[in-house]
Ligand binder design. Structure first.
Ligand SMILES: *[C@@H]1O[C@H](CO)[C@@H](O)[C@H](O)[C@H]1NC(C)=O
Ligand SMILES: *[C@@H]1O[C@H](CO)[C@@H](O)[C@H](O)[C@H]1NC(C)=O
Ligand SMILES: *[C@@H]1O[C@H](CO)[C@@H](O)[C@H](O)[C@H]1NC(C)=O
Ligand SMILES: *[C@@H]1O[C@H](CO)[C@@H](O)[C@H](O)[C@H]1NC(C)=O
Ligand SMILES: *[C@@H]1O[C@H](CO)[C@@H](O)[C@H](O)[C@H]1NC(C)=O
Length: 350
């Protein structure tokens, strides 16, 4: 009896390993349905022997790495709308009393109505940073927009860079702890009550909710999308997320749970924007789809050269992290502006 059990176990192991080694599925769906196999971007491989996102992440070459997820067709990308949202990022860089604020908001949508600025303390490990989300009603595009800002000042940059390189995840949600903490602080610091009032107001029943953010704010904006979708305030067709220079958010399970309820997400990446290549690829962390990649920058030639990829970590839309790219020339200059920090001086004119 004991021998029989041992034999059965050996048989099961052998067939398991050979199935893993086999992995003869010729498409991503069938491949990912097989627990021992993973899609490497173009072929089905054993997850132990190469069925990983094979694009050079530090840790992603090891056991039980993430395979690529299967491609799905992206929704329609509206670049002009993305440019308007970027102008609202410019507005976020100054006090709401500054003439540049009104100038940038007016440039984005002359009929825009500013609702509220949620400006709270955040930061990990030290709660000494500011996290900011601005809320608008945009009649021009029939949207309610939440605009989450990138990091401000050196202390925040240092803490964010820590989060970007040591990507510890919140065990409950699967998001990088810094992003989750920032979201929690904003949500409990007024964002939830302001959004409840706006999104449940019948005047705006047919308005789409748009969550947009830059850098740290890009990751936070996806968590805002998730919260709005989880509340059921808007259905999948009436929620959009559009991010600029967004870092990796968190676990595969988290990405998938957001994608199920709010599939309209575009993640813009300006050429070699190093922040959007961080935190490093690893088995527990994944980027969000759909990447819109501008491989030669964002002047008029660059805009025409963009690539929209169909899955989270598509190699065609990924660049490897290089320290030399950490300068802000790509990260703060979406749509070819000089610098998001000072753009309000010209009323966010393109
Ligand atoms: C995936 O596997 C195929 C077939 O072995 C190989 O040609 C290709 O280079 C692999 N792709 C990656 C990204 O490793
Ligand atoms: C957020 O509040 C802090 C502290 O009051 C202030 O210094 C900072 O300028 C504010 N940020 C924005 C974007 O208004
Ligand atoms: C937004 O919240 C602030 C304080 O949390 C409140 O004063 C303001 O009235 C709210 N605005 C709306 C439109 O709900
Ligand atoms: C809904 O929005 C309209 C237009 O901004 C406003 O006049 C009205 O007071 C809001 N209703 C509620 C219940 O907040
Ligand atoms: C746009 O950027 C590309 C890549 O940097 C550069 O080669 C090209 O000369 C630029 N074109 C214009 C019109 O500025």
């Amino acid at each position: 009896m004991q021998q029989l059990t041992v034999a059965l176990i050996l048989l099961a192991l052998a067939s398991g390993v050979s199935a893993g080694l086999g992995c003869n599925h010729n498409n991503c769906q069938a491949c990912t349905a097989d627990p021992l196999c993973g899609w490497n971007g173009s072929a089905c491989k054993s997850r132990i022997l190469g069925g990983c996102r094979g694009d050079g992440g530090l840790i992603n070459g090891l056991l039980l790495c993430n395979p690529y997820q299967c491609s799905t067709a992206p929704p329609v990308y509206n670049e002009n709308f993305a440019k308007q949202l970027w102008q609202l990022q410019g507005a976020g860089k100054v006090a709401t009393s500054d003439p540049g604020f009104a100038g940038c908001v007016n440039a984005a949508d002359p009929s825009a109505k500013f609702i509220a600025r949620i400006n709270v303390t955040c930061g990990v490990p030290l709660p000494i940073d500011r996290c900011v989300t601005d809320l608008y009603v945009l009649p021009g595009s029939k949207t309610i927009a939440a605009i989450s800002l990138g990091s401000e000042g050196t202390s925040q940059l240092v803490q964010v860079l820590g989060a970007l390189t040591l990507s510890f995840l919140d065990l409950q949600t699967g998001a990088v702890i810094y992003w989750q903490t920032a979201f929690n602080s904003l949500w409990n610091g007024g964002l939830q009550s302001n959004l409840t009032a706006l999104l449940q107001n019948s005047t705006y029943a047919d308005y789409t909710f748009v969550s947009s953010g830059h850098s740290l704010g890009g990751a936070v904006s996806l968590l805002i999308t998730k919260a709005v979708a989880d509340k059921g305030w808007r259905g999948p067709d009436a929620i959009q997320t559009i991010t600029f220079g967004q870092p990796r958010l968190g676990s595969v399970a988290l990405q998938n749970s957001i994608y199920q309820k709010a599939p309209h997400h575009f993640r813009l990446k300006n050429a070699r924007d190093a922040i959007s290549s961080l935190p490093f690829q690893a088995a527990w962390i994944e980027h969000s789809k759909f990447p819109v990649y501008y491989p030669i920058g964002m002047n008029s030639t660059g805009l025409a050269a963009k690539i929209i990829c169909q899955t989270n970590e598509d190699p065609a839309c990924t660049t490897l992290f290089q320290v030399s790219d950490l300068g802000l020339n790509y990260h703060n200059t979406y749509f070819n502006i000089d610098n998001i920090e000072t753009w309000h001086n010209t009323n966010c004119a393109y």
